[in-house]
Design a protein around this ligand. Structure first.
Ligand code: UDP
Ligand code: MG
Length: 313
């Protein structure tokens, strides 16, 4: 029996791009000497995405469609796709063809060479200066905090062996930062560098607000450093104010100079209260995430499934 490769793609309002997606993907897959399936997750699209995916599912029995009950976001949609894929390896790729399917053979070759994870690293980011530099800053920050767990300029586009998929499926936390979760299992990893183009059609479906939310999830879900840092800040302030107190008392007794009260008190008061509020906010971030975990709601809800050939075997 041939090994099977699963291509996993989340779709959210991608009606304009679906035909192009399958037309560029399927010929490449047919040429390979592997079994394959394309797992399409419709993340609650409001346009004709699901109807079009159904059409493709009828035309080609390699295509499986999972329709979620509403929009759960890309991270959840990708999770659904990994849960429902059956391949010996999976490759998540975006519907907008920013991840080049022509690289599949190269990725699979590395898998055959014994690597469990093949990371695809973007050489150039053909995106706005703002998106590029904010991404750079974010990776530097999160890697400093989480001990280098998130490779820079590597997206969800990668190949994962079944071992890795099964490990990721056990990570059922609700606060999902896929790049971190996908990298968490480790295993034998190699990296291929490639050029990432702009979106083929349509507009980005992830708003800037969502990307920021995701960045925060990344930080808070993968590091407790922001919580711990306050211990050090507290220690610093306490010892600092101790020294200041000694200074003031000495001044009083040696020179009989009383410190000017109002201004200095005001500054210290406002400063410390500000710090306390920031700290409260930070703790709040973690508590809200703990709250989400404790509620233990499902990460996504499936509405309908259109099976592929692999489901009948
Ligand atoms: N996507 C999704 N749910 C969403 C937003 C996006 O499934 O709520 C999908 C989208 O259809 C695409 C992929 O996630 O296949 C990446 O989206 P996009 O190109 O907008 O994001 P970016 O390239 O900026 O990461
Ligand atoms: Mg995109």
């Amino acid at each position: 029996m041939n090994k099977m490769v699963s291509i996993v793609t989340p779709f959210y309002n991608e009606a304009d791009g679906i035909d192009l997606y399958f037309e560029s993907l399927l010929p490449l897959l047919e040429k390979m000497e592997y079994d394959y399936e394309v797992v399409c997750v419709d993340d609650g699209s409001r346009d004709t995405t699901f109807a079009q995916l159904e059409d493709w599912n009828r035309k080609d029995d390699h295509i499986k469609v999972i329709k979620l009950s509403r929009n759960f976001g890309k991270e959840a949609a990708l999770t659904a796709g990994l849960d429902y894929c059956q391949g010996d390896a999976a490759i998540p790729i975006d519907a907008d063809l920013q991840d080049n399917p022509a690289l599949f053979p190269q990725m699979i070759a590395q898998w055959e060479a014994g690597f469990d994870v093949v990371l695809m690293q973007r050489k150039s980011r053909d995106e706005s200066w703002f998106k590029r530099s904010s991404a750079k800053l974010f990776y530097r920050f999160i890697n400093r905090l989480s001990n280098g767990g998130v490779p820079e300029n590597v997206g969800d586009f990668r190949l994962m062996d079944r071992k890795v998929i099964n490990t990721i499926r056990k990570l059922n936390e609700k606060s999902r930062f896929m790049k971190g979760l996908l990298s968490w299992p480790g295993f034998k990893t190699t990296t291929i560098v490639y050029d990432r183009p702009n979106r083929a059609v349509g507009t980005p479906k992830q708003s800037l607000k969502n990307l920021f939310k995701l960045a925060f999830t990344g930080i808070f879900a993968f590091s407790s450093f922001p919580l711990r840092v306050w211990t050090f800040i507290g220690l610093l302030i306490t010892s600092g104010s101790g020294v200041f107190a000694i200074f003031l008392v000495t001044k009083k007794f040696l020179y009989n100079a009383a410190p000017p009260g109002y201004l200095s008190l005001m500054v210290v008061l406002l400063f410390l209260n500000g710090m306390l509020m920031i700290n409260q906010g930070l703790i709040g971030e973690y508590i809200s995430r703990i709250f989400d975990e404790v509620k233990a709601r499902p990460i996504y809800v499936v509405d309908q499934i259109r099976k592929s050939k692999a489901d009948d075997e």
